[in-house]
Design a protein around this ligand. Structure first.
Ligand code: CA
Length: 526
């Protein structure tokens, strides 16, 4: 039944849009009258679209000032515009894109913001002080995990300045076509993760012995500051990788392997424990932004707030990465226009073309991205999802592009090409060197990583209320009309400095919610 007392809350993203998003919890019933005089013909669920004007068959349905689809039949004003009423636009061709044409006003620098971090020998800064144990192959995962449990129980209490011990478990290393050209992606990903700033430059490996990914292939000479005088075995001070090899003949029995790992770990723990946080500028933040479990509010509340915060970070001289290729593909023209140089635009096009071909090999296209939950949440298709996803990147010029698994070496806003899969994207951003992760969600996900703090931002107040001990920031206040995008963006920025400093823990840290590392392997397995 229509409820005349219920004031309709709805959001349009641009003056030329012909649909709006209903924001009321539970949606709005037919008969609801908007202040404009528009009367709803259908029940419109929360987060779903309502036609603001009469649409004829074939008309463009506009949101974010772009066509997110074309009406498959006449849609009268006041109708619920759901996915079955829309035909998806073709993907933008990668030819004749605007290149470095947008010249945004330079943003005033933000100074005087700092956090307390762990300065590393290579100049990078950690937000946590973690011992990471790299594995060359999945075969050693059980033994390493056993040893890690023992390290946590017996050693960690002796080294109170070390936050955690983490085994870098993954599914790669053997049974793969390791000489395939695309094998470079998982290998450099694992290498660069081992060098993440949160691990203090301490690298130790557990190897099986017979695997394809041999330790010196994973970490060729010169990749890491070598152990030399740090070598615990003291065997003449030769520079070498710290590797525990389970098939080594010196090992007799399972406990001998475990003891080797524990003994080597203590060498690294001692050095990590001697480190102290120091005041560093906010420019040392390396933030990866991502979304998952998206709904129609993602692009209205949480992602714009993250985008505002991205601009604050760039103004503070920090590094920010945005990713998720299938979710930016439909906005490629916006991105190439925002590139600082033609070379950056070409690198964006290169990554899109590579991913188009990758998807084509699997007989799908970018439309394989959307989930049933996205659609229930009001996102009709990948075009609509993409427009809401890209706003996480704010408005700063795009000054760099990374291929999957590459390490970030510059400040400012970078496009780090990754799949949109939450775990693979997070894993690749870790490899790029992120020391803080921001994750927005509308449907809700308890996502977290052991390697870096993950700050989760809810798109709706209802989710923030139900998941009060999983969501760190509620951007739903923007849809409720009780906060602005700018206010939530600043709240997030300040929380980042607190979390980076270790003054605050995220909920995922509090509960130790740790998702798996998932290496992106576009090469064949054998
Ligand atoms: Ca994602």
């Amino acid at each position: 039944m229509p409820n005349p007392k219920r004031a309709p809350l709805y959001i349009t993203m641009h003056d030329s849009d012909n649909v709006a998003i209903v924001a009321n919890p539970g949606g709005l019933p037919p008969g609801t009258v908007f202040p404009s005089g528009l009367t709803l013909r259908d029940h419109v669920p929360q987060g779903h679209k309502v036609a603001l004007a009469n649409l004829a068959e074939g008309d463009a349905v506009r949101r974010y000032n772009v066509p997110i689809g074309y009406a498959v039949k006449d849609i009268p004003a006041g109708s619920w515009v759901h996915e079955r009423l829309l035909k998806m636009p073709q993907a933008r061709s990668l030819d004749n894109l605007p290149v470095a044409t947008a010249k945004p006003e330079p943003m005033p620098p933000l100074q005087d913001f700092t956090f307390e971090g762990f300065r590393n020998a290579d100049g990078s800064v950690g937000t946590r002080n973690i011992l990471a144990i790299t594995q060359t192959v999945q075969c050693v995962a059980g033994v390493t995990d056993f040893a890690v449990q023992r390290i946590k129980a017996d050693l960690l209490p002796k080294y109170p300045n070390v936050d955690d011990v983490v085994a870098l478990e993954h599914g790669y290393g053997c049974g793969v076509a390791i000489d395939a050209p695309d094998a470079v992606v998982p290998i450099r990903t694992l290498r660069n993760i081992s060098l993440n700033p949160n691990f203090g430059g301490e690298v130790m490996l557990v190897s099986l012995g017979c695997e394809k990914l041999q330790p010196d292939r994973l970490m060729p000479p010169g990749t890491i500051p070598l152990v030399d005088e740090r070598d615990a075995a003291g065997d003449g001070g030769d520079s070498k990788l710290d590797v525990v090899c389970l098939q080594d003949e010196a090992h007799v029995g399972f406990m001998s392997m475990v003891e080797s790992i524990v003994r080597q770990a203590e060498v690294h723990l001692k050095r990590l424990d001697a480190r102290r946080r120091e005041t560093v500028p906010a420019s040392e933040l390396v933030v990866g932004v991502q979304c998952g479990g998206s709904d129609a509010f993602s692009g209205v509340t949480a992602n714009p707030a993250v985008g505002f915060c991205t601009d604050l970070l760039v103004r503070a001289g920090a590094s920010v990465m945005f990713s998720e290729t299938t979710e930016v593909r439909d906005g490629i023209a916006q991105l190439t226009a925002r590139a600082t140089t033609p070379e950056v635009a070409q690198a964006l096009i290169r990554e899109m073309a590579w991913y188009d071909a990758y998807l084509q090999r699997g007989s799908v296209d970018r439309s394989a991205n959307t989930t049933p939950g996205n659609k229930m949440g009001g996102l009709s298709n990948i075009v609509e999802k993409a427009m809401g996803s890209i706003v996480k990147s704010g408005s700063a010029p795009i000054s760099g592009v990374l291929a999957p698994g590459e390490k970030l070496r510059q400040k400012g806003l970078t496009y780090a090409a990754t799949p949109a899969s939450d775990f693979i994207c997070g894993t690749l951003q870790l490899a790029a060197g992120m020391n803080l992760h921001v994750f927005t969600t509308g449907r809700g996900t308890p996502y977290g990583l052991a390697e870096v703090p993950v700050i989760k931002v809810a798109t709706r107040s209802d989710l923030a209320r139900r998941w009060h001990d999983l969501m760190d920031v509620n951007a739903g206040t923007i849809a409720d009309g009780t906060a602005t995008v700018e206010e939530v963006g600043w709240e997030l920025f300040r929380l980042m400095l607190d979390v980076a400093s270790g003054r605050k823990k995220t909920w995922a840290e509090q509960w130790k919610l740790h998702n798996a590392l998932v290496l992106f392997n576009p090469a064949p397995v054998t």
